[in-house]
Design a protein around this ligand. Structure first.
Ligand code: FMN
Length: 227
């Protein structure tokens, strides 16, 4: 395995963090690495609002309140296909149950499941929370570019010994994040990212996820299998 393959294979989403602060210099490094991602016509779409301390706690409280009050979701874009095809719904279910199983939460324990879900809105108590935005006029290709920047960010963080978790759930209360950060009309909230040192004792961090087999998503044509 190359070091890059090992880094990719070793990365996983972490939802339990140590309270240790993350130095600004490390975050600047990570964000520079994110921006090194390629993008169509070098448009470099997307912005990253990196928060820690009181500003992060305040945003977390506002989002948590919106979630607890049952405020109707106001997403600024649709993350998943609507409706979700059965095959993908199944993947989502498996990933969700793995998470709840790691915490000893039963499949029917809706209250405990909801409580765990609400942890999304406090960025899983990570010392750093990032709100990722994109210009609302950007096309699907630009979302792809932003995805590459997100992956570069995650891998750069891993290489420095940090862990991350994407938080698409943030987009459910995009309006809250938008208002809280006083974002303009030129920014649409895409997702959040929690970042920090992984808590080695957190049960939630024992979750592992499977991947589809190679043959189900890639085809190879014209190759000599002997080489
Ligand atoms: C953009 C993005 C958004 C995500 N949103 C959430 C989320 O809202 N809550 C959560 O617990 N995990 C979230 N995840 C983590 C995924 O569930 C996770 O990546 C997937 O299950 C595969 O597991 P792994 O990252 O450990 O390999 C998100 C991941 C990405 C890349």
């Amino acid at each position: 395995m190359t070091p890059t393959e090992a880094l990719l294979a070793g990365r996983r989403s972490v939802r339990g963090f140590l309270p240790e602060a993350v130095p600004l210099q490390d975050l600047e490094r990570i964000l520079r690495a994110a921006r090194s991602a390629p993008s169509g016509a070098n448009l470099q779409p997307g912005r990253f609002h990196v928060l820690t301390g009181t500003p992060l706690a305040d945003l977390g409280r506002a989002l948590t309140r919106a979630d607890r009050d049952g405020r109707p979701p106001v997403a600024e874009y649709s993350y998943f296909p609507q409706p979700m095809p059965a095959e993908l719904k199944e993947r989502q279910r498996v990933a969700g149950f793995a998470l709840y199983a790691a915490l000893g939460i039963g499949r029917r324990d809706l209250a405990a499941r909801k409580a765990q879900f609400s942890a999304n809105y406090s960025f899983f108590s990570a010392p750093v929370g990032i709100v990722v935005t994109i210009h609302p006029d950007m096309g699907k290709g630009c979302f792809m570019d932003l995805g590459m920047a997100l992956m570069a960010l995650m891998v750069a963080a891993e290489a420095l010994g940090y862990a991350t978790c994407g938080i698409g759930a943030l987009a459910n209360h995009a309006d809250v994040a938008h208002d809280h950060l006083a974002l303009g009309d030129d920014e649409m909230v895409v997702c959040g990212i929690a970042l920090g040192r992984a808590d080695p004792d957190a049960a939630i961090n024992t979750v592992t996820t499977e991947r589809a087999p190679l043959a189900s998503y890639a085809s190879f044509t014209g190759f000599d299998p002997q080489t």
